[in-house]
Design a protein around this ligand. Structure first.
Ligand SMILES: [Zn+2]
Length: 406
């Protein structure tokens, strides 16, 4: 009898051991604003080596608006911003007066803004440990909805130290070790905005994040679990130089009416004070549609997948490619704008980011066409063999072909 018990105990331990060791690890790294074609500048030896050994998509198509928070959250929820709720980097809730702003540390932690389920939530419900060294939305204050380990955003925290911490997490005892980790670097976005897409400064930023990719990859190759680690390198959007001849101060066109403006740049939302103001403002903007298009919320073309969410303004302006919409405040600053920006429609190729996948789950040496960022969430579910939420916009059937079926 004792021998039988011992036998079962040993079998149980052996199976548990096998299970723990066959589990995959996935690290998703975002280089903010890393445009799809930055990889063709001959300054990214590390990323080029990693993509040659894995899957490289021509580009990663963002969701509209091609802004930072909406797209990082589309990547990890599989939903368009219209459905996950982070419809822009700045949101006004007309029902209670509250604002969501990316620079406002408190508002980004409030769970009420986030209507999608992040992959880390799906993973944790399935017993998978998760961790984040930054990702928009990761600081959500509801611990049931946040990664198991999370770092409060610190813009200037040294890049190398972020990587060292992630690698140290992968060395934790197996019971504590996260299997899904996010990592974020802003450098290519900042330098793209400040100096434009053809500057020495952006090229230095591209080379810098490439060296970080190389450093991370090398650290992982030295881990005992290296054969179970998959790495994705993605970006939330691309970057486009602004044409300074296509700047429109929208407030000059509608100064006789009463309204509230949210956002500037490629997308502007207008909350008129009354139904009468709404009709007049819309008519005025339609008469002056130069370098932008004006839409009533319910008339936005399906193409944008943008217009159903209750917090989208009654009037939405979308700038033409390279154009830029400003308010009086920016106008008074003499249009002192960034050199480049993003937020334009999702099919402008310069709005596209990168998608590179490397590891045992992926094909090797595979080049694909453009991949949609909403399909990454179902891809992550497939990697961990867990069921995605049924209300997502992403589709595993559009992306499954990059997986190694062996
Ligand atoms: Zn961004």
């Amino acid at each position: 009898m004792k021998i039988k018990k011992l036998y079962f105990a040993l079998v149980f331990i052996f199976i548990s051991f096998l299970n723990l060791h066959s589990k995959p690890y996935v690290i998703i790294v975002s280089f903010d604003g890393f445009r799809w074609d930055y990889l063709n500048r001959n300054i990214t030896p590390n990323l080029n080596e990693i993509l040659n050994d894995g899957v490289h998509a021509l580009s990663l198509r963002p969701s509209f608006p091609s802004k930072t928070f909406p797209n990082h959250i589309s990547i990890l929820t599989g939903m368009y911003p219209d459905n996950h709720g982070i419809i822009s980097n700045n949101i006004k809730n007309i029902f209670n007066g509250k604002r969501y702003r990316i620079g406002n540390n408190k508002s980004v932690t409030e769970p009420e803004w986030y209507q999608g389920e992040f992959f880390w939530e799906t993973a944790e419900r399935n017993g998978i440990k998760t961790a984040s060294y930054f990702w928009p939305g990761s600081e959500i204050s509801d611990t049931l909805r946040s990664p198991n380990k999370v770092k409060p955003y610190e813009h200037n925290f040294p890049f190398i130290n972020r990587i060292d911490t992630v690698v140290s997490w992968l060395k934790l005892p197996i019971q504590e070790r996260p299997q899904f980790i996010t990592l974020y670097f802003h450098e290519t976005d900042s330098k793209g905005h400040d100096f434009g897409t053809e500057s020495d400064e952006i090229n230095e930023a591209i080379a810098l994040v490439d060296s970080l990719a190389g450093y991370l990859f090398k650290q992982i190759q030295e881990l005992p679990i290296k054969d179970s680690v998959n790495i994705l390198f993605v970006s939330d959007h691309g970057m486009q130089n602004i044409d300074k001849n296509k700047i429109v101060n929208v407030e000059e066109l509608i100064s006789q009416y009463k309204y509230d403006l949210v956002d500037s740049g490629p997308l502007m939302q207008i909350f008129p004070n009354s139904e009468n103001d709404k009709e007049n403002i819309y008519a005025e903007l339609k008469r002056n549609e130069k370098h932008f298009k004006a839409y009533l919320k319910n008339e936005l073309p399906d193409y944008y997948h943008f217009g159903k969410h209750p917090l989208i303004a009654p009037i939405v302006l979308i700038a033409d490619y390279e154009a830029y919409l400003v308010n009086n405040r920016i106008s008074k600053r003499n249009y002192d704008l960034s050199a480049a920006t993003h937020g334009y429609a999702k099919d402008h190729i310069n709005m596209h980011g990168i998608f590179i996948a490397n590891g045992p789950a992926f094909n090797k040496g595979m080049k694909t066409g453009t991949i949609w960022n909403i399909d990454i969430y179902p891809l992550l579910c497939e990697l961990f063999k867990i069921t995605p939420r049924s209300n997502i916009d992403g589709k595993i059937d559009r992306i499954r072909f990059i997986l190694n079926n062996e």
